[in-house]
Design a protein around this ligand. Structure first.
Ligand code: AMP
Ligand code: MG
Length: 316
């Protein structure tokens, strides 16, 4: 896990996109901007390229990857699309919704992408730069978040370089991510049920309105993003704080004014966008502990609290 090479910083223009596409076609790793967080992309069909993702991130091999596609037709070559999947893709793609669907026997993906599961996670991202990269590469790209495993997710090129500089071939710097939280992940079951595997920008209530009631949770961990501890800044985190105690770096929200704030006006979209940048600042601060103001459990606030609870979970 040592430093391997120089990571190129590419501009989000035609030249940078062409360079990224060339590196990816040749089996390299490029961090790309998406509307959720920055993703670490590689050809999904190449065992070698996908192995490099796990190596660069230090990611455990049991944690499968999301495959990013340029459009629905490309997903249809990888997974079984039932009418519900088509309806969801039509409504939410391109956008922050990942579908876990039965994997086709002839899907051209490296086995490390699905980690041996009979399913595959697919998503069509909305960011214009990454859509242009996908179109030029002309094949699906596997892409987890572009950070070392178990560190705070990246919402800027600077965050990517904080843990992956020298370990990946390039990053396209397109400024801060618009949504700031990882995609919502749902599994569509063959019998007609569905379940939410990860909260995200597309809320549970929105999905219920489209799909009806969710199936009762199986209790099994299907998406390792559901693990209790994730997204942690490497120091103790106290939630629901109305002020800072000695030695705490306070992340504020609304009326709670901190060292930094998720949103001074209490806006949840803004808080989602700022969450990881605030956690990166908390991590970099000399203060030994972190406190976070309460965030209401409405709309995308649920996904924010989900990430905060995992960031605060004690190390095992
Ligand atoms: P990341 O892209 O690093 O945010 O992580 C991708 C998330 O998708 C992880 O939580 C994975 O466990 C989850 N995931 C990917 N493929 C599958 C799948 N086939 N079934 C369930 N979860 C999946
Ligand atoms: Mg991640």
């Amino acid at each position: 896990m040592d430093r391997k090479s120089v990571t190129e910083i590419l501009s989000p223009d035609a030249k940078g996109i062409a360079r990224a596409a060339k590196i990816l076609r040749e089996g390299g790793l490029v961090a790309v901007p998406t509307e959720t967080v920055y993703g670490l992309a590689a050809r999904a069909d190449s065992d070698g390229a996908v192995a490099r993702i796990y190596d660069a991130k230090g990611r455990p091999g049991f944690n499968p990857l999301i495959v990013h596609v340029a459009e629905l037709g490309e997903a249809g070559a990888l997974v079984e699309l039932d009418p519900r999947a088509r309806a969801l893709a039509e409504r939410f793609w391109p956008g922050p919704l990942t579908l876990v669907l039965p994997r086709r026997a002839d899907a051209a993906v490296a086995s490390a992408v699905h980690a041996g599961l009979p399913t595959l996670a697919v998503r069509c991202p909305a960011h214009p730069v990454t859509r242009a990269v996908l179109a030029q590469v002309g094949m699906p790209l596997a892409a987890p978040s572009a950070n070392a495993s178990e560190t705070v997710s990246p919402t800027s090129a600077e965050h990517v370089l904080a843990t992956l500089d020298g370990r990946i071939d390039a990053v396209i710097d397109a400024g801060p991510a618009e949504q700031g939280l990882e995609s919502t992940i749902i599994a569509l079951r063959q019998g007609g049920g569905w379940s939410l595997l990860r909260e995200g920008p597309v809320t549970r209530d929105t999905l219920r309105a489209v799909l009806g009631e969710e199936e009762a949770a199986s209790g099994e961990i299907e998406a390792p993003g559901q693990l209790a501890r994730h997204y942690a800044p490497g120091k103790p985190v106290r939630l629901g704080a109305s002020n800072a105690q000695a030695g705490e770096f306070l992340i504020g929200f609304g009326a709670v004014v901190g060292d930094v704030t998720l949103s001074p006006s209490g806006d949840l979209q803004e808080a989602a966008r700022n969450l990881y940048a605030c956690l990166h600042l908390a991590k970099a601060s000399p203060k030994p502990r972190v406190a976070v103001a309460p965030v209401p459990e409405d709309g995308v606030g649920r996904a924010i609290n989900d990430r905060l609870r995992r960031a605060a979970a004690p190390a095992t």
